[in-house]
Write a protein that binds this ligand. Structure first.
Ligand SMILES: Nc1ncnc2c1ncn2[C@@H]1O[C@H](COP(=O)(O)OP(=O)(O)OP(=O)(O)O)[C@@H](O)[C@H]1O
Length: 220
């Protein structure tokens, strides 16, 4: 097995509040692994995803991703990896309100100059069909329900067929049918492309369907 991610955090501090979390936290993830992260509210799950997703460089410790030390990477390389290699399923607010759902979902293709690529178009069609959002493609995010926006965020995150999908409560605002669709799509991608799944969830049913569960504990 190949390690895709190795994180050794001494702590993550928030300057304004003189407050720190994730004390002596270590994690190694294999390529293709399905990992779920659970833990009580405020323990640091989203903060950890932000570090893993290259959104937050402010922590004490080391982080090796795809065999490179993250602290040695240029801003351009970090941006490229965020767009191409990492799919980040954030909360629904991450959609751009002035763009249609279709344009939001296709943004990663635009950044990578792949909007006319036939394989990317096929992947787009496959994803939107699978999660049933064709009827809302021409709508703006604020004209959609919370569950529809969540599915659009998910579609955008997997548009580049990333090597890692980091999901923060991906099923929180979904009914049981849509929850199944999202989970099935995640697991299909894992099976077909060996995509590594790292999923933060409060839903133990979702957590239990991953092969490894870690529980973040509150620091003393
Ligand atoms: N920018 C910030 N400044 C100060 N404290 C912060 C900041 N962001 C997060 N925190 C604090 O860090 C802790 C961890 O937050 P985080 O959102 O990572 O928790 P979580 O485990 O994801 O919680 P939840 O399950 O409720 O989403 C919380 O106590 C939170 O108040």
């Amino acid at each position: 097995m190949t390690s895709i991610l190795k994180l050794e955090i001494q702590k993550k501090t928030f300057k304004k509040k003189c407050f720190s979390i994730l004390h002596d936290f270590e994690l190694e993830v294999e390529a293709g692994e399905r990992l779920s992260i659970i833990g009580e509210s405020g323990v640091g799950k989203t903060s950890l995803l932000n570090i893993m997703g290259l959104l937050d460089p402010h922590y004490h410790g080391s982080y090796k991703l795809f065999d490179s030390s993250v602290k040695d990477l240029s801003q351009n390389k970090l941006a490229e990896w965020r767009n191409r290699k990492i799919g980040f399923v954030l909360q629904e607010s991450a959609l751009i309100h002035s763009l249609t759902i279709e344009d939001n979902i296709k943004l990663p293709l635009l950044y990578a100059h792949l909007e006319k690529d036939p394989a990317a178009q096929d992947h787009f069609k496959r994803i939107i069909t699978k999660i049933g959002i064709e009827p809302i493609l021409k709508k703006k995010p604020l004209e959609c329900s919370g569950g529809q926006r969540s599915r659009a965020v998910f579609a955008r995150a997997v548009m580049m067929n990333p090597q890692i999908i980091l999901s923060d409560e991906p099923t929180a605002s979904l009914d049981s049918k849509n929850k199944e669709n999202i989970i099935n799509l995640l697991f299909d991608m894992n099976k077909e492309f060996n995509t590594t799944l790292i999923t933060v969830t409060h839903d133990l049913d979702v957590a239990n369907r991953h092969e490894r569960i870690i529980t973040l504990e509150r620091n003393e």
